[in-house]
Ligand binder design. Structure first.
Ligand code: ADP
Ligand code: F6P
Ligand code: MG
Length: 320
């Protein structure tokens, strides 16, 4: 393995830069040339590929976003488009590719290996935490802490006005950000896409809390659990409290990565390069029970089923 490339793809996440840095430094230290691909698979197709030095990745471990930029290219599902993109690596003699992204990006990496023999390794970078084969994805911890900070601030104003706050957090298919921010943030309720919760039940919790003299309620709603404005409308028919909706949106994807995300990104970045040096490919790296592990790329989406019903029950038990 003489030349490898690295790209970031899909929704960005805090710690992607830390992972890019680790990949580049681990490779350069072993005498491997590193190429950066701008804008994910879009840049691969459009030949936006540049030679990277260690200067390019200097001082980025603590920076949010991604210096390589990210993009979505739905056309990458088309094998002809993938063939054109793969050609841009082959003509430079680039044999290995590290893809930092979510399950969609891993699908692309899987096809590039199967169809064109590009030695791909996936690093899970997404705030969603929706990938099997790793306990946590890079960016998840930072996003979770951003939500906790917001919940804490909202609690102050909720108490002053004796209000109910519905806080919408990211997660179209995965409720982890909502569930664990609800538990850690002391929320009065949580709605996630994986488990159906009734607005009636949430209304009952609010009424009970108020009868106990509690002055506020924070309900965390994952974006995939339903339209938060519709939920507000329904809930307002059932309770007398004043309700406000806060959508945290893309604030959850910015800012400097936490120590935990930086360490995770660094360990996984180094492992990705080690695997390429060993001639391995078509794999993803993850951290499970404190150990760096590897699985096939398809393991990431074929085995995804992490929702803990037990933790959902804990969140609801704590709401009273
Ligand atoms: P994430 O990687 O965070 O899940 P997306 O689902 O948006 O984000 O996927 C990122 C990119 O990966 C897509 O824009 C597309 O270029 C590529 N991709 C997604 N799904 C596939 C697929 N089934 N086959 C090939 N490429 C895919
Ligand atoms: O996959 C990461 C994510 O932030 C999801 O949580 C969210 O549903 C989606 O991306 C938002 O995508 P966009 O940045 O295109 O609005
Ligand atoms: Mg995804």
């Amino acid at each position: 393995m003489k030349k490898i490339a690295v790209l970031t793809s899909g929704g960005d996440s805090q710690g992607m830069n830390t992972a890019v840095r680790a990949v580049a430094k681990a490779a350069i230290s072993k005498g491997i040339e590193v190429y950066g691909i701008k804008r994910g698979y879009k840049g691969m197709l459009e030949d936006q590929i540049f030679h990277m030095s260690s200067l390019d990745v200097s001082g980025i471990a603590d920076q949010g976003g991604t210096i390589l930029l990210s993009a979505r290219l739905p056309e990458f599902k088309n094998p002809e488009i993938r063939a054109k993109a793969a050609e841009n690596l082959k003509k430079r003699g680039i044999e290995g590719l590290v893809v930092i992204g979510g399950d969609g990006s891993f699908h692309g990496a899987h096809h590039l290996y199967e169809e064109h023999g590009i030695k791909t390794i996936g690093i899970p970078g997404t705030i969603d935490n929706d990938i099997a084969g790793t306990d946590y994805t890079i960016g998840y911890d930072t996003a979770l802490n951003i939500i906790l900070d917001a919940i804490s601030k909202l609690k102050d104003t909720a108490i002053s006005h004796e209000r109910t706050y519905l806080v919408e957090v990211m997660g179209r298919n995965c409720g982890d950000l909502a569930l664990y921010s609800a538990i850690a943030g002391g929320a009065s309720g949580v709605m996630i896409p994986e488990i159906k919760s009734s607005i009636e039940d949430i209304a009952e919790v609010i009424k009970k809390r108020r009868s106990q003299g509690k002055l506020y309620d924070i309900i965390v709603v994952a974006e995939g659990a339903g339209n938060v404005l519709e939920i507000e409308k329904e809930l307002s028919k059932k309770v007398d409290t004043s309700i406000r909706v806060t959508i945290l949106g893309h604030t959850q994807r910015g800012g400097s990565p936490t120590a935990s995300d930086r360490i995770l990104a660094t360990k996984l970045g180094i492992k990705a390069v080690e695997l390429l040096i060993e001639g391995k490919a078509g794999l993803m790296v993850g951290m499970q029970s404190g150990k760096v592990t590897t699985h096939t790329l398809s393991y990431a989406w074929e085995n995804y089923n992490k929702t803990s019903e037990e933790d959902y029950k804990i969140a609801n038990m704590l709401s009273l």
